[in-house]
Design a binder for this molecule. Structure first.
Ligand code: ATP
Length: 336
C-alpha cells in the first residue's frame, strides 16, 4: 500500500448547527485497505463527520472527495461512490423491525446491487457467523439489543463494500460480542474492505485500528498510527519501581526525560518522554536506589488521549474524561 493511496480525503471540513459548531476545520485521509478510527467523547463531532461523508448532510465549508477504485486512481476524483461500493452503519439504527432477519439481510444485499441468489447466500453466511442461524425466521424486534446490532452490522457489510463507514459499531454489544466484532472487522479488512469507524471505546479501538483520529469539540486532538501517537505525546511510557519505604526519590524529578514522578509508599511511578534514554536512566536508578522490582508499561490510547488533551486544551480534559467514562459504562448488554 502506498502512503498516498487514499480512498477518502477530507479537507478543512466545517459544520455548524444552530447552537453548536459540531465540526470545526477537520481534515484527514482514509487510506486504502486500512481500519481508520474516529475517536472522541459524546458530542466530539464524530457522527456529524460520518453523516457528511455519507452525503446525508452537506458541509458548510471544506471538501470531501472519494477515490474508491484503485485502478482509476490516476488523480481522478470521483464525486461520490455508488451504493454497492459503500457500506454504512448509521448511528440511528434503522432496520425493519417486523421483517424476519434472513430476509432483512438479503434485502439489504439486493439494495446494494447483489443478485437475489448471492444476497440469500451471503445472508445465510452472515447469520451463521453472528450466531443467529437458528433464529433466521424470527423478526428483528424479537431479538435483544445486542443481537439487533449484529444484524445491523451484517446488513452494512454483507455485500463486501470497498469502503465501510461504521458509526459506533460496538454500541450495545457485550464484551464477548465486542471481541467477535473485532475479529469480523479484521477479516473484512483482510478481504479488501477499507473501514472507517467511530467509537469512544479506546480500549477496543487500540486492538484494531491501523490509524486513529482523536477529536474533541469538533477539532483534532491527535492523529496517526498508535506508534506515531505515542511519539507525539509526552509521557507515553511509564516505569514503576518497587523499593524500600525509606528511600529518597525526590532526585528523580530532576532527571532528564522524566516527565512526572508519583510515589505511593514503596512504589514509585515515573512518566517518561518517548525519547528518554532508558538504559542511562536504569543505570542511574541502579546506582542510587535499592530496587526490588521494576515494570515498564506503554500508556493506553485512553491515557494518551487524556494526556494530549491536557496539553492542548486542559479546560476540556476533565469533561471529556467524564463523558467517556459514563458512556463506556452504558455499552454492555446481556444477550437473550
Ligand atoms: N441535528 C443536530 N442539531 C443540532 N445540534 C446537533 C445535531 N447533531 C449534532 N448536534 C450537536 O453537534 C455536536 C456534535 O455532535 P455529534 O453527534 O456529531 O458528536 P458525536 O461525537 O458523534 O457524539 P456521540 O458519540 O454522542 O454520537 C454536539 O454538540 C451535538 O449536540
Amino acid at each position: 500500500m502506498v502512503a498516498t493511496d487514499w480512498i477518502c480525503d477530507l479537507r478543512d471540513v466545517v459544520k455548524s448547527y444552530a447552537t453548536a459548531r459540531a465540526v470545526d476545520g477537520v481534515g484527514f485521509q482514509v487510506r486504502r485497505g486500512e481500519i481508520f478510527a474516529l475517536l472522541g467523547p459524546n458530542g466530539a463531532g464524530k457522527s456529524t463527520l460520518v453523516r457528511m461523508m455519507m452525503g446525508i448532510i452537506p458541509p458548510d465549508a471544506g471538501t470531501i472527495h472519494y477515490r474508491i477504485d484503485a485502478l482509476n486512481s490516476n488523480g481522478d476524483l470521483m464525486a461520490w461512490p455508488t451504493p454497492d461500493q459503500l457500506g454504512y452503519l448509521p448511528e440511528d439504527r434503522g432496520l425493519y423491525r417486523d421483517l424476519n432477519i434472513a430476509r432483512t439481510l438479503s434485502y439489504f444485499g439486493q439494495l446494494r446491487g447483489m443478485a437475489r441468489i448471492d444476497a440469500d447466500r451471503a445472508a445465510e453466511e452472515w447469520l451463521e457467523k453472528i450466531g443467529l442461524a437458528d433464529r433466521r425466521k424470527e423478526k428483528l424486534r424479537a431479538l435483544s439489543k445486542g443481537n439487533q446490532q449484529k444484524v445491523q452490522f451484517a446488513s452494512a457489510v454483507l455485500h463486501r463494500p470497498a469502503f465501510a463507514v461504521l458509526d459506533e459499531p460496538f454500541s450495545g454489544l457485550d464484551p464477548i460480542n465486542q471481541e467477535l466484532l473485532i475479529d469480523w472487522l479484521r477479516e473484512l479488512r483482510d478481504q479488501g474492505t477499507t473501514i472507517l469507524l467511530s467509537a469512544h471505546q479506546m480500549n477496543l479501538v487500540e486492538k484494531l485500528a491501523d490509524r486513529v483520529f482523536l477529536m474533541s469539540r469538533g477539532r483534532e486532538v491527535l492523529s496517526g498510527t498508535l506508534d506515531q501517537v505515542r511519539r507525539r505525546v509526552q509521557g507515553a511510557l511509564t516505569l514503576t519501581l518497587t523499593h524500600d519505604d525509606g528511600e529518597a526519590i525526590d532526585w528523580l524529578e530532576q532527571v532528564q526525560g522524566v516527565v512526572e514522578v508519583e510515589r505511593r509508599g514503596n512504589s514509585t511511578r515515573l512518566l517518561l518522554g518517548h525519547d528518554t534514554p532508558l538504559s542511562g536512566l536504569l543505570r542511574l536508578i541502579g546506582e542510587r536506589l535499592e530496587v526490588r522490582a521494576i515494570k515498564t508499561e506503554q500508556l493506553s490510547l485512553h491515557d494518551l488521549y487524556v494526556q494530549a488533551l491536557q496539553t492542548t486544551a486542559p479546560e476540556e480534559a476533565e469533561a471529556a474524561l467524564a463523558t467517556i467514562a459514563a458512556s463506556e459504562g452504558d455499552d454492555s448488554d446481556l444477550e437473550d
